[in-house]
Design a protein around this ligand. Structure first.
Ligand SMILES: Cc1cc2nc3c(=O)[nH]c(=O)nc-3n(C[C@H](O)[C@H](O)[C@H](O)COP(=O)(O)OP(=O)(O)OC[C@H]3O[C@@H](n4cnc5c(N)ncnc54)[C@H](O)[C@@H]3O)c2cc1C
Length: 310
């Protein structure tokens, strides 16, 4: 990994000094939420939104359930964030179980609701169904969806990327080709699947650069709230869980407070090293909880924007 002089100085500072002392907070953050199923989950989501909004995130995004199962709830959540907060809201949208006409209609509804940013994805078939199959008259890939969205409105488009290669991709080269196709179709940012070692992201960044792809890469940071659940997610996402993490979370299942501290430390340390390596935008998978993401942002020097300062 080639480092600029600034990055080398930053890396030395990270190695020699206290990791988190007086960081300037010269970075952008964004947060991902999922649409709540119940009034109680709605309440806790909104508490998380109200806690994180003062950090003036570049945007917040709301996921779109497998197979379009949360179409209405995703729309309602995004629309509420647009109406009730000053923060740009992005809606996730997938190709699964919807025709091109239906997806174009959803895009028009978002545009009419003031949403100017879409996270465009191929998506996964609903639980249990094997392999993605485009519906007749549907979009067959994220790149096709990106092109269709750009044809309809001048949306800002973010897409996904996979530092450890998507489980379905035949090879890293095929994965980079898919990313290039999405970029060529109009996507300007690629948010990464979660990972747990900074070099995983740096190696991927170098490979994307070597492929001549000039797309903004944003690391997706998943603070670990439940290690057992994480193991299941990692298998389905093809994400490597380093053995040291298993040893670190061992014995903490019934100690939520200690587990949170360990989770914040692990994610903050990785984010600090990514920062030392030149990363200046971090995307947090909040799982609709604010504490861990807020603590990590605070450690990285992010403070409430002036208008929110007490
Ligand atoms: C930041 C982020 C946000 C996400 N948000 C959501 C969400 O809100 N809702 C949701 O349901 N899922 C979401 N996902 C998961 C995503 O839908 C799955 O990872 C899905 O399997 C791939 O969708 P994609 O857009 O990343 O696919 P692409 O980037 O188009 O493809 C990923 C890889 O799979 C390969 N591939 C694609 N299609 C095929 C095919 N038909 N046959 C063989 N190989 C193929 C490509 O070559 C590429 O290598 C998200 C993932 C990320 C990283």
């Amino acid at each position: 990994m080639s480092l600029t002089l600034n990055q080398m100085a930053e890396a030395a500072r990270a190695l020699n000094g206290p990791l988190f002392a007086d960081l300037p907070g010269d970075l952008a953050v964004s947060f991902e939420f999922f649409p709540p199923k119940t009034p109680a989950m709605q309440e806790s989501l909104w508490q998380a939104v109200e806690t994180l909004v003062p950090l003036a995130p570049r945007f917040v995004s709301v996921t779109y359930g497998a197979g379009g199962s949360t179409r209405e709830r995703t729309h309602a959540t995004v629309a509420r964030i647009v109406q009730e907060t000053p923060i740009p809201a992005a809606a996730h949208l997938t190709c699964v179980n919807a025709t091109a006409e239906e997806l174009d209609g959803i895009a028009d509804e978002y545009w009419a609701a003031g949403v100017r940013h879409i996270v465009a994805l191929r998506g996964d078939p609903p639980g249990g169904e094997a392999g993605f199959q485009p519906v007749p008259g549907g979009y067959a890939s994220a790149a096709e969806l990106v092109a269709a969205l750009k044809r309809r409105h001048d949306f800002e488009i973010s897409v996904s990327c996979y530092p450890e290669t998507h489980p379905e991709a035949g090879s890293l080269a095929a994965d980079l080709d898919a990313l290039k196709a999405k970029h060529d179709a109009g996507a300007t940012r690629a948010i990464s699947q979660f990972f747990f070692e900074p070099d995983t992201f740096f190696r991927f960044r170098d490979k994307v650069a070597a492929a001549g792809l000039d797309v903004e890469l944003v690391p997706g940071i998943l603070p670990v709230s439940n290690y057992a659940n994480l193991k299941k997610m990692a298998v389905s996402c093809g994400t490597n869980l380093p053995e040291w993490m298993g040893r670190l979370f061992d014995g903490l299942d019934d100690k939520p407070a200690a587990r949170q501290l360990v989770a914040a430390t692990v994610a903050a340390e990785m984010s600090r090293r990514l920062y030392a390596g030149g990363v200046r935008h971090f995307h947090f998978y909040t799982l609709n909880r604010a504490e861990l993401s807020y603590a990590i942002c605070h450690l990285l020097g992010v403070r409430p924007a002036q208008e929110f300062a007490a």
